[in-house]
Design a protein around this ligand. Structure first.
Ligand SMILES: [Zn+2]
Length: 384
């Protein structure tokens, strides 16, 4: 069974060129048992605890990953080389590590998302730290399979799964940014079909939101399904901003300012409302959708503070200048910092108004239980 024995090595099949449909169901995982026995697994503690009882065989190799620094990932790639298949189990950190390692080792990739909190399993970019710099490792392999195991998603804290709602909501501001780039004459791979796809997913959020707020597993699985619909577009149109734009630049700035304690999806949700304000793009709808899905909107409810948010203008300007994306942050140019300061009281008022009008969020604090350590922490998913 050892992956070290060259006599039983299975040569990797040619890497897939089209995105697989996500396979939903525990049966799929059990059927993968024979694959697991010949695979190396990279994971984090909580998802690994949750998935172990479901496996029909032990993996040939297994590694708990704790860092996305390049040196750690290169060491992991060495440790996990040999088996023809690399399986990632968990959240953004595990998914990105799996992508990176499979690329380095030229292994077949299988991903098991540990929650609905992010869509890292549906992109070809792994985020890697080179010292203090966050680097995009692009063109990672397209997975051979994405296995969505309802029991694993259900084992993650509701708040974590709920945060995945923002990864769809963010198209509200991303589509606007994409259009700005297109109109300004930038090469943004404008595509009416992709735009229509993203708009259709946005339109379905009114129906999805109550189930997400109530913590229904079917709603969390629908988040994963919608994320999967975007996967081919991420691969074919890397410059198209149909599902990540200025709200993600804000979210990454807030995550950095908080020292990584803010959940990525919750920062994206707040970023969508704030950027919709700067875009003059129906911010009330963005706020109402986030609220009705149970996402927290107040910075203090997500482990940040108003002072932290209000202090982000210089960081946003720097990130916008350094990014190859064209968003409202670029369109505002030198007016960005003053527009940001002007938007703050309007953002507070909008959140207060939305909270007064819409049902209270059902979000509970993240428990120390399964899934909380790694399903959304670590490197934020790239989302494009
Ligand atoms: Zn994201």
């Amino acid at each position: 069974m050892s992956g070290d024995n060259p006599a039983i090595h299975i040569l990797p099949a040619p890497l897939p060129t089209a995105w697989p449909e996500p396979t939903v169901g525990a049966v799929a995982l059990l059927a993968a048992g024979s694959t697991i026995a010949q695979a190396a697994v990279v994971t984090t503690p909580s998802p690994w605890r949750a998935v172990q009882p479901m496996l029909t065989a032990r993996p040939a190799r297994q590694l708990i990953i704790a860092s996305n620094h390049r040196s750690a990932l290169d060491r992991a790639a060495q440790d996990l080389s040999g088996p023809p298949t690399l399986v990632g189990i968990g959240g953004g950190l595990a998914m990105d590590a799996a992508k990176y390692i499979a690329k380095v080792n030229r292994q077949k990739l299988i991903q098991l998302p540990g929650s609905a909190a992010n869509n890292a399993c549906f992109t070809r970019t792994a985020w890697v730290m080179d010292g203090e710099t966050r680097t995009a490792e692009r063109n990672c392999p397209i997975p051979d399979a994405v296995l969505v195991v309802p029991e694993l998603i259900a084992a993650a804290p509701d708040r974590l799964n709920r945060a995945g709602f923002a990864e769809i909501l963010c198209s509200h501001t991303a589509l606007f940014d994409w259009s700005l780039g297109h109109e300004a004459g930038h090469d943004v791979q404008w595509d009416e079909g992709l735009r229509g796809l993203a708009r259709a997913q946005l339109a379905a959020l009114d129906t999805l939101a109550p189930g997400v707020a109530a913590g229904e597993l079917s709603a969390f699985l629908e988040i994963v399904t919608i994320s999967a619909r975007f996967a081919p577009g991420f691969a074919s149109h890397p410059k198209a901003r149909f599902n990540a734009g200025s709200e993600h630049i804000f979210a990454w700035a807030l995550e950095a300012a908080s020292g990584g304690t803010v959940l990525h999806g919750e920062a994206v949700g707040l970023g969508t409302v704030l950027m919709a304000l700067l875009q003059d793009n129906d911010p009330a709808r963005a706020a109402q959708l986030a609220r009705s899905a149970g996402l927290p909107l107040r910075p203090e409810a997500m482990g940040a503070s108003w002072a932290m948010v209000e202090g982000l203008a210089p960081a946003l300007a720097a990130r916008a200048a350094a990014s190859d994306w064209y968003t409202v942050l670029n369109a505002l140019g030198e007016r960005l910092e003053s527009a940001f300061v002007d938007a703050m009281p309007r953002l507070r008022a909008l959140i207060e108004d939305t909270e007064a009008r819409t049902e209270p969020a059902l979000a509970a604090p993240i428990s120390a239980g399964s899934g909380s350590d790694a399903n959304a922490r670590g490197p934020a998913p790239f989302c494009s």
